[in-house]
Design a protein around this ligand. Structure first.
Ligand code: CAA
Length: 289
């Protein structure tokens, strides 16, 4: 093996860090496309839950004739671990843990020591600067942003973010890996929110201002945007789906990173998060589940 990967055919094994909704979706689409995947999470319970979620999603897709293989064959390509050291033979690693910069950096530092020299590290961060995350490793040329959308098995897009030092080879291999996983890619420079969240989150934030100012009920705001602009979900329902804490964290990144008051997080969004009403995952957000 050379020090640098040149083709995706050399990517045999992909490590995914984090077994949450993004991590399990990413693992699923890669295993579906023939890659061997190892998922790492700190708790056995999260890993077990992730495997259950993947099984359910594969069963749905299989029923509709959307899978080339039987689900157990795909499942046999997924392994689990609670130890990062089991990534020693991975050619590509994708980090999908929660949006805490220090946690991510400590994972990247360890990965940099454990992974083979040729391996690429990608972060699924929704808004943290790739250049800053890359600086926690000694392989900034082989470090990139690979932002999948939720729910990963259904959404077509992967946003690819070049850090300041990301090599062209790393960009092309990442694009090719995403395409092999059935996704369409777009490239973004490393600026707060990249493309999708730069535009989506201010819309969601504005929906909270619209609700806070009593302009309309949550149901009417969502129906207005859903039926009036052909979106699959209204912005408040989408915020509950994404997680209100995640939406707030991204608004803070936009506000801090771009320094413009138009990105100030809506006080009502903050209030929901303070109350622990985080959306679907906590059973209650703007709506109750
Ligand atoms: N695995 C497999 N199939 C799934 C699935 C999963 N995890 N989730 C949904 N599906 C399938 C369903 O089986 C269904 O298939 P059919 O049409 O063949 O029956 C289809 O997807 C639609 O699902 P539902 O009927 O359950 O519900 P829906 O029509 O409301 O669609 C949705 C659900 C796909 C989530 C749709 O509402 C949607 O696209 N919403 C917007 C999602 C979105 O914008 N995501 C991006 C968020 S931003 C982000 O992720 C970035 C960030 O950093 C915050």
């Amino acid at each position: 093996m050379t020090m640098e990967l040149t083709q995706t055919t050399q990517i045999k094994r992909v490590g995914v860090i984090g077994a949450g909704q993004m991590g399990n979706g990413i693992s699923q689409v890669l295993a579906q496309s023939g890659f061997n995947v190892i998922i790492m999470d700190v708790s056995d319970a999260s890993l077990k839950k992730a495997l259950g979620t993947i099984e359910k999603s594969l069963a749905k897709l299989f029923e509709k004739g959307k899978l080339p293989e039987h689900p157990p064959v795909i499942m046999s390509r997924i392994k689990c671990t609670t130890q990062l050291k089991d990534f020693a033979d991975c050619d590509f690693a994708i980090e999908a843990v929660s949006e805490q910069e220090e946690l991510k950096k400590s994972i990247f530092k360890q990965l940099d020591e454990i992974l083979p020299a040729h391996a690429i590290i990608a972060s699924n961060t929704s808004s943290l600067p790739i250049t800053r995350l890359a600086s926690s490793t000694k392989r900034a040329g082989q470090f990139i942003g690979m932002h999948f959308m939720n729910p990963v098995p259904v959404m077509q897009l992967v946003e690819i973010i070049r850090g300041h030092a990301t090599s062209e080879n790393t960009c092309q291999l990442t694009k090719s890996l995403a395409e092999q996983a059935g996704k369409t890619t777009v490239f973004s420079q490393d600026f707060p929110g990249f493309i999708v969240n730069r535009i989506l989150m201010p819309m969601i934030n504005e929906a909270f201002f619209t609700l806070m100012e009593g302009i309309a009920s949550a149901e009417d705001i969502d129906a207005g945007m859903k039926l009036g602009t052909n979106q699959p979900m209204g912005p408040l329902a989408l915020a509950d789906f994404i997680g209100l804490d995640t939406c707030l964290a991204i608004m803070k990144v936009l506000h801090d990173g771009l320094g413009d008051s138009k990105y100030r997080p809506c006080p009502l969004l903050k209030k929901y998060v303070d109350a622990g009403h985080l959306g679907r995952k906590s059973g209650r957000g703007v709506y109750s589940y």
